[in-house]
Design a protein around this ligand. Structure first.
Ligand SMILES: CC(C)(COP(=O)(O)OP(=O)(O)OC[C@H]1O[C@@H](n2cnc3c(N)ncnc32)[C@H](O)[C@@H]1OP(=O)(O)O)[C@@H](O)C(=O)NCCC(=O)NCCS
Length: 174
């Protein structure tokens, strides 16, 4: 059943922070970076990117339960990079992932974003496409062969800014 209150916000307690890391590790790393898979990588909760003030680790709350995660990395040129998006398996298929993307978009816009970028995994590509992301290379997108760079522009830039930006930042994938 869909909970009545769904909020995306920073973790407020050590328990919520632990749940944030546990969901990222089990839903993303155990799935896409297994030790016996093609892209082995251990999850590191102490990674320095987590403490970068430009990066915003957030939890999706259903009432007082942490049901999802995202980190939004704000770039100086107006891009917001969505990282490690996950919904607890027990809560999937009820629209919470879409709600997470909607609230993350609003959060990023509030922080000045003009476009959203994500490294989508093949199985989740349709999920992002339903929310308006299109396959498109972006500065710093993952070089991992399994990841598909996707972008969602949020507003039309003035023509001069678009000309200056387009070749370097948003390059339509071949
Ligand atoms: C991808 C994920 C976040 C989706 O969460 P969710 O709560 O099940 O998503 P929702 O129920 O809000 O689905 C929203 C829409 O996307 C669709 N969708 C969900 N997962 C999808 C998928 N894997 N492929 C295609 N479409 C998908 C739903 O059918 C729904 O479409 P609709 O609006 O037409 O009904 C969740 O499956 C997950 O955590 N997966 C594991 C981690 C992962 O792969 N993260 C992405 C890494 S890039």
């Amino acid at each position: 059943m869909r909970p009545s209150s769904i909020t995306l916000r920073p973790a407020r307690s050590e328990a919520e922070r632990q749940r944030y890391h546990a969901l990222r590790e089990t839903c993303i790393f155990d799935l896409y970076h297994r030790a016996d898979g093609p892209y082995p990588c251990r999850y590191d909760p102490g990674h320095p990117d987590e403490d970068d003030p430009a990066n915003h680790p957030l939890v999706l709350m259903a009432g007082d339960t942490v049901v999802g995660t995202i980190r939004i990395d704000m770039k100086p040129d107006g891009r917001a990079v969505f990282r490690l998006i996950a919904v607890d398996p027990a809560w999937r298929g009820a629209g919470l992932g879409a709600a997470l993307l909607r609230q993350a978009e609003a959060y990023a816009e509030k922080h000045g974003a003009s476009s959203l970028c994500v490294n989508a995994r093949q199985p989740a590509m349709g999920f992002y496409a339903r929310s308006g992301f299109i396959p498109c290379a972006w500065d710093g997108n993952s070089q991992c062969a399994e990841a598909i760079a996707m972008v969602k522009p949020l507003r039309k830039l003035p023509m001069a800014a678009r000309r200056a930006r387009q070749p370097a930042r948003l390059v339509q994938a071949a």
